[in-house]
Design a protein around this ligand. Structure first.
Ligand code: GLV
Ligand code: MN
Ligand code: MN
Length: 385
């Protein structure tokens, strides 16, 4: 699947979602951040909305289930509720959030809805400013209006997201359903190593300030540092670009995309210090090192009432559960800032995700969808008191 935000394939998937929503008799909505929704109104006036969602965008060359499972299952929960003529004390809304994966910004739609899309976030988007403006224009959106997608938290009853685990825990432990306790925090940085460009044939090996070498040394250093000193943390250099980038020119500059994650905020601080220290080691070899923060997410615990409801529903359906932290980011971490939020995980075959081999058994998808439906019904009782 290759559906980066606002690509043709992504826009087509979103159009498909709205078509299916309208065909099922729901009201279709698109807000100022491009979030796409199907709405099943409560028959009770002034009822708040229970949001059920995830995202239809993917990473480049990603998998079939990451995000899409949660959106399609949410729509099916609305259809089933409608078919069963169930009166819920809330309006149900199946929502496809814009740009969860961060082709442009990351959690763009869910943050806008939660009122957390500050001008700061939009000033240095991780896909670059031009890409953001160009992408928004393709979808008929404008940067200045994105924040209008904000909803009053009093109008929202809660948020539920079904998602694949994207890791190996459930499969290894033969557990049917994961209940997410916490979504890890993460930080990302653009690092620039500046050396001196030069002739690849005539500059002696001991007379170079090769920015590519500095970047490569850093990549190795990141891996070593985390393995040695930071158990339960992860750090990734996902992109390195050399300038000017030719066979016969020593790199004068290298740009490095770094991100790291942990469920523990104090470990994030310590890891940031350690990795910036590793980057600055290049200064002792005469390089200039620039460190620019790009994104910052605190670890987010999910709502205990919702977690308990998910566990009850699974028990009633005879499915085994385990609580686990999510190492992946999710729209739920934005929603959890404003409303009780919960996440249901289903197993990923071999723990693989963010690549085409991503797989989840249909039986597990079905289990997850049934838990999403059951929790939607169960919360009606819990919220009623
Ligand atoms: C999104 O899937 C992320 O965790 O980066
Ligand atoms: Mn996802
Ligand atoms: Mn993803």
């Amino acid at each position: 699947m290759n559906r980066p935000t606002f690509s043709d394939a992504h826009l087509a998937a979103r159009a498909w979602f709205l078509e299916r929503s309208v065909a099922a008799g729901f009201e279709a909505r698109v807000d100022a951040a491009g979030n796409h929704s199907a709405v099943l109104p409560s028959r009770f006036a002034e009822a708040p909305t229970l949001l059920l969602g995830s995202h239809l965008d993917t990473v480049p060359n990603g998998g079939r289930f990451d995000g899409a499972l949660g959106v399609v299952a949410a729509l099916e929960v609305l259809r089933t509720t409608q078919d069963g003529h169930v009166d819920l004390p809330y309006t149900l809304e199946a929502i496809d959030f814009t740009d969860e994966e961060g082709t442009l910004v990351g959690l763009l739609g869910s943050r806008a809805l939660a009122g957390a899309l500050t001008p700061d976030v939009l000033r240095a988007p991780r896909g670059g400013h031009d890409a953001l403006l160009h992408g928004l224009a393709r979808a008929g959106l404008t940067a200045t209006r994105l924040a209008d997608a904000r909803r009053d938290p009093r109008t929202i009853a809660g948020y539920l997201e079904l998602h694949i685990e994207q890791g190996p825990v459930l499969e290894n432990e033969h557990v049917d359903i994961g209940i997410v306790s916490t979504i890890v925090g993460s930080r990302s940085f653009n690092l620039t190593f500046k050396g001196t460009a030069g002739h690849a044939g005539t500059t002696p090996m001991d007379a170079r300030r090769d920015a590519g070498l500095a970047a490569a040394t850093f990549v190795v250093g990141v891996h070593e540092t985390v393995l040695r000193d930071f158990p339960n943390c992860v750090a990734t250099v996902g992109r390195v670009t050399f300038e000017p980038g030719a066979f016969n020119v020593i790199a004068g500059e290298a740009q490095v995309a770094l991100e790291f994650r942990s469920a523990d905020p104090s470990r994030l601080d310590a890891l940031e210090d350690a990795l910036v220290f590793r980057a600055r080691e290049a200064e002792t070899l005469g390089h200039t090192v620039e460190v620019e923060p790009v994104g910052r997410w605190e670890p987010v615990p999910l709502d205990t009432t919702v977690r308990t409801a998910i566990a009850h529903v699974a028990e009633a359906l005879g499915l085994s559960t385990a609580e686990l932290a999510s190492g992946a980011g999710h729209d739920a971490q934005a929603l959890a800032q404003i409303t009780p939020s919960g996440m249901i995980f289903v197993p990923s075959v071999d723990g693989v995700s963010h690549q085409p081999g991503e797989q989840t058994a249909w039986d597990d998808c079905l289990n997850g969808a049934n838990i999403l439906l059951g929790t939607t019904l169960e919360l009606a009782e819990v919220f009623a008191g």
